[in-house]
Design a protein around this ligand. Structure first.
Ligand code: DHB
Length: 380
């Protein structure tokens, strides 16, 4: 996303990726885009397929006590969301970047960042058996939670905030027509479940499981039985079943590093923050970071002023903490925590009852779900 925005502004960049192109494109992730992310893709010239194939949703359902309750985003906020797989987003960006003057380098190894406090930070890496060195003005650490960039910041300058949840999600993709036009988030006394989709032919489903869940203990019939139990509602709604072609376990963590900058290294996306998946904020937060970072870099080259670069971390973190709060809240409201007594479960049901019946409660969920405003304009 950053490479594309810089290219549009005539600024050279080099994109390095450890994995192969196929791995990046095939790795299944979330699939809900806020309007701000959709706007970014369209402004970057990579939104054509998204506008054709993305599924626009005006709301979501919350299910508890066997009933489904609708939250109408469009009525409450005037906005909606678009369901479009994160790997589809990557496919579109990779295609655009590959036709640029600096196509991404896939399958690089031994990447390190050095002299990040200097005016000429360096990235060293190996490609096709040859060691290379890039001398940069800036390094964007977009290398995920397990990447090297965050760890290149001295520990004394890294304040980390973390929360690990005592559960995970078991996710599947199945060839089955979605049986609801919109997503269904469910709290059942056996745990959380989520009905989502990828296309008119593919259903995406998740269920709360243990963080060390052994996926071999989950044959398809057990997954379907558990999903049907947790998701069925008294209006007769049921999920459609079909062949499962992908299964995986997603751990749940909240994490923030502050600041997101050290010298001329700027952290963006999962290298700086992780949200639990409930509410699908991960990719959208990364896209918001990139909007702010691209704007700051473009402003620097146009005006020679580095004020926006200086403010990068605080501008991003203010919004990130609100998304952290929302993701934590959705997660807390919709999952069974181990060792709970009936008080906590009743409190969660009461919260869902409030959120689905009070206009203030519904609006609070809706405006966070569709994405809080991003003040920074897209630099195109
Ligand atoms: C999806 C993932 C999420 O984390 C979520 O909250 C909603 C949908 C998905 O993969 O479709």
């Amino acid at each position: 996303m950053l490479g594309r925005l810089l290219e549009i502004n005539g600024i050279d960049s080099v994109i390095l990726e450890n994995h192969s192109k196929d791995y990046v494109i095939d790795r299944v992730r979330a699939g809900v885009l806020e309007q701000g992310t959709v706007d970014l893709m369209i402004a970057s010239g990579v939104g054509e397929r998204l506008q054709r194939e993305g599924l626009r949703h005006d709301g979501v359902w919350l299910a508890f006590n066997g009933d489904r309750h609708h939250i109408n985003f469009r009525d409450l906020t005037g906005q909606s969301i678009v369901v479009y797989g994160q790997n589809e987003v990557l496919k579109d960006y990779i295609a655009a970047c590959e036709s640029s003057s600096h196509p991404p380098y896939f399958e690089v190894s031994d990447v390190s960042v050095d002299e990040i406090q200097s005016a000429t930070p360096k990235v060293r890496f190996r490609k096709d058996g040859i060691d290379q060195e890039l001398i940069c003005d800036f390094i964007a650490g977009c290398d995920g939670f397990h990447g090297i960039c965050r760890l290149a910041v001295p520990a004394s300058h890294r304040h980390c905030y973390e929360k690990v949840y005592p559960f995970a999600w078991l996710g599947i993709l199945a060839t089955a027509a979605p049986s609801s036009e919109e997503l269904v988030y469910a709290l059942h006394d056996r745990g959380f479940a989520l009905f989502s989709m990828r296309s008119p032919q593919v259903t995406r489903l998740y269920l709360q499981c243990s963080p060390d869940e052994d996926i071999t203990q989950w044959p398809d019939h057990r997954i379907w039985k558990e999903l049907q139990t947790r998701l069925e509602t008294s209006d007769g709604w049921r999920i459609n079943q079909g062949p499962i072609f992908q299964k995986g376990v997603t751990p749940m963590r909240s994490f923030v590093v502050d600041p997101m900058r050290y010298g001329n290294l700027f952290l963006a996306g999962d290298s700086a923050h992780i949200v639990p998946p409930t509410g699908a904020k991960g990719l959208n937060l990364a896209a918001a970071d990139i909007r702010v970072l691209a704007h700051a870099i473009v402003a620097y080259y146009k005006t020679g002023k580095s004020e926006e670069l200086t403010n990068y971390s605080s501008t991003c973190l203010r919004r990130i903490w609100k998304a952290q709060r929302f993701s934590w809240w959705m997660t807390s409201m919709l999952h069974r925590f181990g060792g709970e007594n009936d008080f906590d479960y009743h409190r969660q049901i009461a919260e869902l009852d409030y959120v689905t019946s009070s206009p203030a409660g519904m609006t609070c969920l809706a405006e966070n779900y569709v994405g809080l405003p991003i003040d920074t304009p897209i630099p195109v």
